[in-house]
Every structure is written in structure tokens, then in C-alpha cells.
Design a protein around this ligand. Structure first.
Ligand SMILES: Cc1cc2nc3c(=O)[nH]c(=O)nc-3n(C[C@H](O)[C@H](O)[C@H](O)COP(=O)(O)O)c2cc1C
Length: 381
């Protein structure tokens, strides 16, 4: 069974639509849970006034009955409040760093409006709603996923993620930056956001997603396409403005020795999985989940729409002009934490569906339990 997601909708069109196929029958789908994730996506310091205009609420129009997935494709709608698409001006002065120039040239247009209406991260509302369905299904299978901000504008605001991801989630949701770091560090970063806002500038940063309870063996070493690492990297790189992804120690591991980096394998009782000396691998070896928490990070560039407009060119005349300024966030890193959590949940569930199949949630549970029993039997022949 393959999980499939398609989204449609423009930033200022009437609504966003998501169609999610492959959720097993019987999986809980709670509108309040989806709406809480949508509210989190709109929150966090640095968000533009658009986030106060839109108060996202999901409408589930197919595939769910009495709060449970039926097994049919699920259809979701999120209405836009700002529906001015038809009346918005053309965009002849592309913003460096946005999709405007490449998209307009690609389509042979001198107006980038249709390009940016779809490139805009308003689309992530649809993906967050779909990702919340995946996350709720994973939770029913004992897998928990949490995204949080670890750096903003070069300031480290990261904090330890302990075993109780739900307690971390409450702390994350209460933080203006969706961060788990100290109040002092968050204050320093908030000052930076305020300063960038005053100066008409934007900031980037880094988010981390941690997943616990992931069954061993999701993904596969056989081909690049089967690897869980490939899927997670693609899912995160597919999010607007993400410019780098790392798993575990990632780029920093390049400077370490093998004896420093690798997580030793430590014997335990017969029938138990061997313990590990650490989790520098971020829970993935050989493209497969190894039973440790999955730890992935995504780097977000500073946003392209800067009030102190960057130099550009009028696509009609070739003359030098300032880039068009649209209503924009100062930073979207806290919001990315929620989007990243959603796309990682979707990717993990995709691999759970591939590995364990099943038409009903109980089939998936039974298949995971049987797999665990077989692993234990292997370890205690
Ligand atoms: C949650 C979120 C919010 C974003 N908000 C803005 C924004 O307000 N202004 C902006 O210029 N870019 C914003 N972006 C990034 C652009 O959508 C992105 O840079 C653009 O589509 C070009 O794609 P690329 O950066 O991946 O090349 C946001 C991205 C995310 C994930």
C-alpha cells in the first residue's frame, strides 16, 4: 500500500486542497488535532500579518467517518480568507531567491504572478493538515514525531529532546520560536527578529525533527530509492526555502574519525536488541531505521522577500528596478519546525505502509508486532 499526497491551491485563491490516499482504515482522524497543527504552523515569532488574516480550519470532505479513516482517499479543504488572486497586480520585477525569475522564464512569461502564487509556502497548510493525519496514525502505532527550532539567525536556541516527546511538544508549542532552548537564548534570537524587522530584512535558521518508537527496518539498503534516508531528505528538501538536510551528525561527521563517530553495538540480554553507545547516526544505518530515535535537520535560508528590496530587472524592458515586495515573514523558521514535522510524519508513514502493508490499522499493528517477535526470535535462537 503506497501513501500518496497531492495538494492544489494558490496562495490567494479560494482554497487549498489535499488528497491523501493510503491511510489504513480505522486510523483515528481528529479534526481538532489537525486544526491544532494548522494553528501551530501559523504561529511563532517572525510571521507576517497574513498569518493573522488566515485562521486555518480544515474541512474533511471524504475518507473519514465517525473520526476514523475509512480506507478511501481522504480529501481536505482549507479555505483562504484572502482570496484576491484575480485582482493582484502582475509581478514584473522578480525577487532574487524566490521562484519568480526561474518560474517566469520557464513558462516564457514576463509576469511571475501565477508562479509565485503556487511557489508560496501557503501550500504548506495543506501539507501540514495531511501530515497531521499521518502523525496521528503513527501515534496510534506508537511512533511519535516532534519538530523544533534549533537555530535562528545564527543563534543556538536548541534544547534537549527527552524521551517524553509529548511533554516536549507542550514546551515547543508554548515557545515563540517553537524552540526547546533556554529563555535567555530565545530572547537573544527574538531581539534579532525584531531588529531584522526594523531593518526590512529576513533571517534563516535550522529545525530538527525527532521521531521515537520507529520500527527497525523501515527503508532498505538495496537501492537508492528504497532508502529511508533518501525519502526523508527529499521530503525536507521539497519544503520551500530548505537548502540543506542532515541526518544525525550530518555535515559535522565529515571532520570526525570513525572511532569518534560511530555508535558502538553493546550486548544486552538474549532476545533483546543490542544497545547502542550513542545515536550519532540519527537512527538510520544503511538507509534503514535501526531502532534508535530518527534525528534529521533542515537548514532554511533567509526569506527572499525583503522590504529593503534587492536589485532586480523589469522582465518587460530589461531595466534595473527594485524587486517587487510582497507581504512577507521576517523569518519562517519557527513555522518550518511544524511543516518539517508534518513532512517527516508523512515520509515515515509512507515507509511503514510499504514495509507492513495492511488494509486496516489493526493489520499494521499485527504486522509490526510479528516483525518485532521475529527479530527477538533471531536474537535468541
Ligand atoms: C512556512 C514558510 C513560510 C514562508 N514564508 C515566506 C515569506 O513570507 N516570504 C518569502 O519570500 N518566502 C517565504 N517562504 C519561502 C518561499 O516560499 C521560498 O523561498 C520560495 O518558494 C522559493 O523556493 P526555494 O527557496 O526553495 O528556492 C516560506 C517558506 C516556508 C516553509
Amino acid at each position: 500500500m503506497e501513501l500518496q499526497l497531492e495538494t492544489a491551491g494558490e496562495s490567494h485563491g479560494p482554497e487549498l486542497t489535499a488528497i491523501l490516499a493510503g491511510i489504513p482504515a480505522g486510523a483515528p482522524v481528529t479534526a481538532a488535532y489537525l486544526n491544532a497543527r494548522l494553528a501551530a504552523r501559523q504561529g511563532g515569532a517572525g510571521a507576517s500579518p497574513r498569518q493573522r488574516t488566515e485562521q486555518d480550519e480544515v474541512e474533511i470532505t471524504a475518507g473519514v467517518r465517525d473520526g476514523r479513516a475509512t480506507g478511501n482517499p481522504i480529501a481536505l479543504k482549507i479555505r483562504n480568507r484572502d482570496t484576491t488572486y484575480a485582482h493582484l497586480p502582475p509581478v514584473h520585477a522578480p525577487r532574487p531567491g524566490h521562484a519568480d525569475l526561474a518560474g517566469a522564464l520557464n513558462r516564457g512569461l514576463s509576469d511571475a504572478r501565477d508562479v509565485l502564487e503556487r511557489a508560496s509556502a501557503r501550500e504548506t497548510a495543506a501539507r501540514v493538515a495531511a501530515g497531521a493525519i499521518a502523525a496521528e496514525c503513527l501515534e496510534a502505532l506508537g511512533v511519535h514525531v516532534l519538530g523544533h527550532t534549533v537555530a535562528l539567525g545564527g543563534v543556538d536556541v536548541g534544547g534537549a529532546v527527552d524521551d517524553d516527546l509529548e511533554a516536549c511538544r507542550a514546551r515547543r508549542d508554548a515557545s515563540a520560536l517553537h524552540a526547546l532552548g533556554s529563555a535567555e537564548a530565545v530572547d537573544v534570537a527574538l531581539d534579532l527578529v525584531a531588529q531584522a524587522k526594523r531593518e526590512g530584512d529576513t533571517l534563516g535558521g535550522i529545525v530538527e525533527v525527532v521521531a521515537t518508537g520507529v520500527p527497525v527496518g523501515l527503508g532498505g539498503h538495496e537501492r537508492p530509492e528504497t532508502k529511508l534516508s533518501t525519502g526523508l531528505a527529499a521530503a525536507l528538501m521539497g519544503v520551500q526555502a530548505v537548502k540543506g538536510v542532515e541526518i544525525g551528525r550530518g555535515f559535522a561527521s565529515a571532520a570526525l574519525r570513525g572511532t569518534e563517530l560511530h555508535d558502538t553495538i553493546v550486548p544486552t540480554a538474549l532476545g533483546e536488541l543490542p544497545a547502542r553507545g550513542g545515536n550519532e547516526a540519527g537512527g538510520i544505518e544503511g538507509g534503514m531505521s535501526n531502532g534508535q530515535p530518527i534525528v534529521v535537520r533542515a537548514a532554511m535560508k533567509p526569506l527572499a522577500t525583503v522590504r529593503a528590496a534587492l536589485p532586480s530587472v523589469d522582465l518587460r524592458t530589461g531595466e534595473a528596478v527594485p524587486a517587487r515586495v510582497e507581504r512577507s515573514d521576517v523569518t519562517a523558521v519557527p513555522r518550518l519546525a511544524i511543516v518539517a514535522e508534518a513532512v517527516v510524519a508523512l515520509e515515515l508513514l509512507r515507509h511503514v505502509r510499504r514495509r507492513f502493508g495492511g488494509a486496516h490499522l489493526e493489520d499494521v499493528r499485527a504486522a509490526i508486532a510479528a516483525h518485532r517477535a521475529r527479530m527477538r526470535a533471531t536474537l535468541a535462537p
